[in-house]
Design a protein. Structure first.
Length: 338
């Protein structure tokens, strides 16, 4: 009964993530009324709660300090990145900050580019921004401030409640007599200590981000001409350049010729097979037929049409008789046969 009442007493502190110390004290008083024999274990918290309840409503409270997370991003064009990064490191070190990370690279073998993540104190934040913007030509600037005061106060309150809860569980462990109660309390203590460590880690992260501002600086080097102008004599190709160019051209021509021959190989094979058939099959057969053919008959010689038959009058191309002495079928100056 005593253990159950004690765990119920401390559960209010562990479960109330956003409660304050006063509410934790009220839970302790409620637990004390449920278990009168444990008023001494929770008396401290009950007294704190009573003091908070009896406090004057009009009592003034000191204003909580404002907690801000500041971040900024700058893009600056500079003449030389290497010289500018050295200057940036000096500015940050003088302000009491540090360089969180740095990345420098060469772009197209022409100019350098660098990205630096800087952490500087909040009170030196504006001064450092002005110094960084003056390192070159400012291209872009972005700044942001986030108020996390409520989150910081809430985490601090939860840590105080969790520490009080862990202390109460330790007190119960010292008074526990049964082994079962000790084992139960040890498990509860481990869980609450883990929650306390998580809250402490969250508080440390908030403290780091609110005490140091984060600045991301992008440095761009001015682009320079990739190839400078050379004298005319330096632009002439040398003997080795000409030899290398000729060799490359020869290799290219031979490669293309091999490609063309590979494409014509099937056609050449078909043409070669056709030539072989004609050379060793068809041609010998034609020669054998020519040798065994019969002798041809004598050819009659035709009489020319321009020679007129004997006894016929001579005529011209139009078919008219030619002038002259006509004889009986004999030409001029000749005596016809008897």
């Amino acid at each position: 009964m005593l253990l159950a009442a004690s765990l119920a007493l401390t559960a209010g502190c562990a479960g109330g993530g956003t409660t304050s110390q006063a509410s934790d004290g009220k839970a302790a008083v409620a637990g004390s009324e449920a278990a009168p024999d444990r008023q001494d274990g929770a008396g401290g918290s009950g007294d704190a709660a009573k003091a908070a309840d009896t406090a004057k409503p009009g009592a003034s409270k000191a204003p909580a300090a404002q907690h801000l997370i500041r971040t900024a991003s700058l893009s600056v064009e500079v003449d030389r990145v290497a010289a500018t990064t050295d200057r940036v490191r000096a500015v940050v070190a003088a302000a009491g900050g540090r360089v969180e990370s740095e990345t420098t690279e060469r772009v197209d073998e022409e100019y350098d580019r660098s990205t630096m993540v800087l952490r500087v104190p909040q009170d030196r934040y504006d001064r450092v921004l002005a110094d960084l913007a003056g390192t070159g030509k400012l291209l872009d600037r972005t700044a942001e401030a986030k108020d996390v005061t409520d989150q910081v106060v809430d985490v601090e309150s939860r840590i105080a409640s969790q520490r009080a809860s862990v202390a109460r569980v330790r007190t119960l462990m010292e008074r526990a007599e049964r082994l079962a109660d000790v084992v139960t309390l040890e498990g509860e203590l481990s869980r609450r200590q883990a929650d306390l460590e998580a809250l402490l880690a969250q508080q440390a992260s908030l403290k780091d981000r609110t005490s140091l501002a984060t600045i991301t600086l992008n440095l761009h080097e001015k682009e320079r001409a990739a190839v400078e102008e050379k004298p005319a004599e330096e632009g002439r190709p040398g003997f080795l350049d000409a030899l290398s160019g000729g060799w490359n051209a020869l290799v290219s021509v031979v490669a293309w010729m091999l490609v063309v021959l590979a494409a014509l190989a099937p056609w050449l094979a078909v043409a070669l097979a056709g030539y072989a058939v004609w050379r060793w099959v068809l041609r010998p057969r034609r020669a054998a037929r020519a040798r065994t053919a019969p002798a041809s008959a004598p050819v009659a010689v035709p009489v020319p049409a321009s020679v007129p038959a004997q006894g016929a009058p001579r005529t011209n191309a139009a078919g008219l008789p030619l002038p002259g002495k006509e004889t009986d079928g004999a030409p001029d100056g000749e005596t016809p046969a008897p």
